[in-house]
Design a protein around this ligand. Structure first.
Ligand code: SF4
Length: 304
């Protein structure tokens, strides 16, 4: 095994294929205040982060879950699902409201896990307690936490609205309650090159995260970074360079960390840049070849 793949982890854990149902819980994010149309992180457009099948406008949870579960049952004969609050910052609400939304979502199908995607500044002790209250021996709770870069200068540059310390506080609050944490990183951010990327990965490896999602920088039409690109101020790593960053990162991460994503997906109608990029399975194949030719695997360069 060259690296610990998420799909294999799920298959081994549940002895069947388990499917994620990504939903929009109706949240915004503190970078935008209560109005989704305010500018946020400079690589994000007004739709926030979401899978294409969620659609671009908010639908009741019943409708979102019913529709996705029906498609997955028909297409894959799926019976078992993970509830994934994906869009925007899915802990950006008072705790009692969050509880109502999570409880309601979990009541709508047979879910074996709860996954919540959010920002470090949307985690506090009370929210961590609430998320921790769903953890059982047979029910995992994951939080997908955006770090993107371990450099405050970059976080500032892309208007993330939090620093690395804030990330670390949230990370430890969650882990202390038995919640699994998957960390998002973006490779190719403005003013970052291989040394900065490797420093970020080194920082993260020392925290031994449960999971990692790698993204190549995507710029949707309408995001603030797109304007920088038009002004000639940005360049992107191509597919091959991104794949070598991922290979470097995999070598440096602990062998136990689950690799949950290798590239970004932005629904094609919103995706502007980079124009040409290999698809997920092409990057996966290249990565396997790269690691094999280096004679390395996940954790080869990891130091406790
Ligand atoms: S990337 Fe996430 S945190 Fe940043 S503005 Fe978009 S929804 Fe908010």
């Amino acid at each position: 095994m060259l690296f610990r793949q998420y799909s294999k982890y799920l298959k081994d854990k549940y002895n069947e294929t388990v499917y994620r149902i990504g939903v929009d819980g109706g949240f915004s994010c503190p970078n935008r205040g209560n109005n989704r149309h305010n500018p946020g992180c400079s690589y994000c457009d007004v739709y926030g982060v979401r899978a294409a099948y969620i659609g671009e406008s908010f639908q009741p949870l019943e409708e979102q879950i019913r529709r996705s579960a029906a498609v997955m049952r028909k297409r894959y004969k799926a019976e078992t699902f993970i509830l994934y609050f994906q869009a925007y910052s899915s802990t950006f609400a008072p705790v009692d409201k969050l509880k109502k939304i999570y409880d309601h979502g979990l009541s709508l199908a047979k879910f074996v896990e709860l996954v919540v995607s959010t920002r470090p500044d949307c985690i506090n002790e009370k929210i961590a307690d609430l998320l921790g209250s769903y953890v059982r021996d047979d029910f995992d709770v994951w939080v997908e936490l955006g770090l993107q870069s371990a450099h405050d200068k970059t976080l500032d540059r892309i208007n993330r609205g939090h620093d690395v310390k804030r990330f670390e506080r949230a990370y430890h609050m969650l882990r202390a309650r038995g919640i699994k944490v998957a960390v998002h990183l973006i490779f190719g951010l403005p003013d970052e090159d291989r040394p900065e990327i490797l420093e970020t990965v080194r920082y993260l490896a020392a925290l031994k995260p449960d999971g990692v999602k790698f993204h190549n920088l995507h710029i949707p039409t309408g995001s603030p970074l797109y304007k920088e690109y038009e002004a000639g101020e940005l360049s992107f790593p191509d597919s091959y360079r991104h794949m070598t960053y991922v290979a470097d990162a995999i070598e440096m991460l602990p062998p136990e960390t689950i690799i949950m994503r290798l590239t970004t997906d932005t629904p094609h109608q919103r995706h502007q840049l980079p124009g040409a990029f290999l698809n997920k399975s092409q990057v996966y194949d290249l990565l396997k070849k790269e690691l094999s030719s280096r004679g390395t695997r996940q954790g080869s360069l990891y130091k406790e």
